[in-house]
Design a protein around this ligand. Structure first.
Ligand SMILES: [Fe+2]
Length: 233
């Protein structure tokens, strides 16, 4: 697979693109997920900085109408993407604005208006973890959950720095809550309610920012990861 190529996850509807990102001394894979909506337009979940090659690939799939910032961390490529796709609306949490002065948000992800504007997506906020302020999306047509940081999992494909950190902190070939958030779950009851809502969706797969696409056993993996942090789901 050439660098920067989109990988199809669901034919004609969902693609992913992974790019390397250095974070806290390790090289992670950061994912952008592209969803083709029923009107033919595209939603970019965690937009990558748009290279010419990516913009060309996207143009062949449809017009980019939505740029989605899923939590207050996954905003880095969005200002550049918003400049590249000026007709796209940015949806995300207001908390991300504090972290990125170049970011603009047109629709707050916690506003019910988003569900009215894009009815095929259901917003499932993760309450009780303000450190992330994450909202997972359930894409009804493909029965896909789209998250960012709610869990992660490293594997042999990852850079050695991440494999090393993952072995030390328990997420090598194992779905876990990211180590930097484990001590930042002030309301476990609220988090449990939110994770349960995700588990109840009839999803066939879970796509997150830093793991392979999780299909078989996604429900067990997600539930086990949060139970390890004292969240009773
Ligand atoms: Fe992340």
């Amino acid at each position: 697979m050439p660098d920067g190529a989109l990988t199809a996850v669901v034919d004609d509807t969902i693609w992913t693109l992974d790019r390397p990102v250095w974070f806290s001394g390790v090289r992670m894979r950061a994912r952008t997920t592209v969803v083709r909506l029923e009107d033919g337009s595209l939603l970019l979940h965690t937009p990558a900085p748009p290279t010419d090659a990516l913009a060309e690939q996207l143009r062949a799939l449809g017009p980019v109408r939505w740029l989605l910032v899923p939590n207050c961390w996954h905003h880095l490529g969005t200002p550049a993407a918003a400049a590249r796709f000026p007709e796209a609306r940015v949806v995300g949490p207001a908390s991300a604005l504090d972290r990125n002065k170049a970011l603009r948000i047109d629709v707050d992800i916690h506003d019910a208006r988003f569900g009215e504007l894009v009815p095929e997506l259901e917003a499932l906020p993760l309450r009780g973890v303000p450190f992330w302020d994450e909202t997972v999306l359930y894409h009804r047509p493909t029965q896909t959950l789209l998250g960012a940081d709610i869990v992660l999992c490293a594997c042999a494909k990852d850079h050695w720095t991440l494999r090393y950190a993952a072995r030390l902190t328990g997420f090598y070939e194992r779905v876990r809550v990211p180590p930097d958030a484990r001590k930042k779950i002030p309301d476990r009851t609220a988090a449990a309610r939110s994770i349960r809502a995700m588990l109840e969706r009839p999803a066939q797969r879970l796509i997150v920012g830093h793991a392979e696409v999780i299909e078989e056993g996604w429900r067990d993996g997600l539930a086990r990861a949060w139970r390890l942090e004292g969240v009773e789901v």
